[in-house]
Design a protein around this ligand. Structure first.
Ligand code: CAA
Ligand code: NAD
Length: 299
């Protein structure tokens, strides 16, 4: 019993190094939220994205520093420098595999995620826990090809990660109690309130946000109201911090489309059926804030 207890707490304390694969919107946010006390490596295929991630983390750390050390520019600078020193970047997956926890935040498509997890399973040390930040795809399907099914699950963050306080911890079928505990503890250690989710389509938040978001697109497509008025309505009439179309641009229209596709495929609920306007915009590369144009223009 003592040994079990010891190995359990040893593994909880063991998450000291984290790798985030995918350095886009979510990956850079997860890395920023994690660096408070932990060493983080961000891996992305694209070196320009890594540069962008580093710049955005530096800016956001600056915001935090200004709040913490209002009257002390020297301390502000020290804080940002120290936090930055705990973040490394690389375009090679091999540079990131030696970690206690690897969080995947790449494109919301099943095949690339499966391929990546199979590779991570091969390369990472025995003790490494693997997690996906997927918005909607089945965790069990993502991990179907890996051997370490007991050390695998979902860690679903929300955008912007440093600000949104929720973390959905998604249990995979064969996840061990130890891995579940480690994920919950780690979530708390990076400042999040964790909820437990089953591996259901869209988990909790996106299963509820999906119909809302889809209907907002359809409303705009039908011309029931202008985009601005739809957004004003939900901010001032329902108390949301952003309107649904603004939020879609903020999330990325590609991610919105992929999430709705998964929800439709898995639930067959007509509310999630394809939206021609959304599909057309994604085809045209109008993905929202990240490309400078979506429902609104940002240039
Ligand atoms: N890093 C650190 N701090 C940040 C930050 C970042 N990236 N972005 C914002 N902040 C901080 C600001 O410094 C500010 O802090 P103080 O209040 O202490 O000064 C605070 O957050 C608010 O920021 P702003 O004043 O710049 O802007 P705002 O008041 O308009 O809030 C917002 C911005 C937090 C994004 C707010 O509009 C909001 O909550 N929007 C809704 C976001 C949402 O619903 N996210 C979930 C999307 S669904 C999802 O993520 C799941 C999925 O799978 C798709
Ligand atoms: P994004 O497009 O901003 O970033 C994805 C990054 O992954 C890109 O930089 C791309 O170069 C990189 N990439 C793709 N394949 C890779 C690979 N094999 N190895 C390394 N890097 C690779 O997307 P995002 O918005 O950050 O979303 C990432 C994941 O997080 C998706 O699964 C998405 O559903 C989920 N998510 C998104 C949000 C959101 O609001 N955008 C919220 C929660 C969860």
């Amino acid at each position: 019993v003592i040994c079990r207890k010891f190995s359990h707490s040893a593994s909880l304390n063991a998450i000291k190094t984290v790798t985030v694969v995918g350095g886009g919107l979510m990956g850079s946010g997860i890395a920023q939220a994690t660096q408070a006390g932990q060493n983080v490596t961000i891996v992305d295929l694209n070196s320009e994205i890594l540069e962008k991630a580093q710049k955005s983390i530096q800016n956001n750390l600056g915001r935090v520093a200004r709040k913490l050390y209002k009257d002390d520019p020297l301390k502000m600078e020290e804080f940002v420098k120290e936090a930055n020193s705990r973040i490394k970047v690389s375009t090679k997956i091999e540079d990131g595999v030696d970690a206690d926890l690897i969080v995947e935040a790449i494109v919301e498509l099943l095949e690339p995620k499966q391929k990546l997890f199979n590779r991570l399973d091969e390369l990472a040390p025995e003790h490494t826990i693997l997690a996906s930040n997927t918005s909607s795809i089945s965790i069990n399907e993502i991990g179907s090809g890996i051997k370490r099914k007991d050390r695998f699950g979902g860690l679903h963050f929300f955008n912007p990660v440093p600000v949104m306080r929720l973390l959905e911890v998604i249990k995979s079928d064969r996840m061990s109690q130890e891995t579940y505990n480690a994920m919950m503890e780690w979530g708390k250690s990076v400042g999040k309130t964790c909820i437990t989710c089953k591996d259901t389509p869209g988990f909790v938040v996106n299963r509820l946000l999906g119909p809302y978001s889809a209907e907002a697109f359809r409303m705009f497509e039908r011309g029931d109201a202008s985009k601005e008025d739809i957004d004003i309505a939900m901010k001032l009439g329902a108390g949301y911090p952003m309107g649904p179309l603004e939020l879609a641009d903020y999330t990325g229209l590609d991610t919105n489309k992929f999430v709705l596709e998964v929800l439709y495929q898995k639930t067959k609920n007509q509310v999630f059926k394809p939206i021609p306007l959304l599909n057309k915009m994604v085809e045209e590369g109008k993905l929202g804030i990240k490309t400078g144009e979506g429902i609104y223009k940002y240039k």
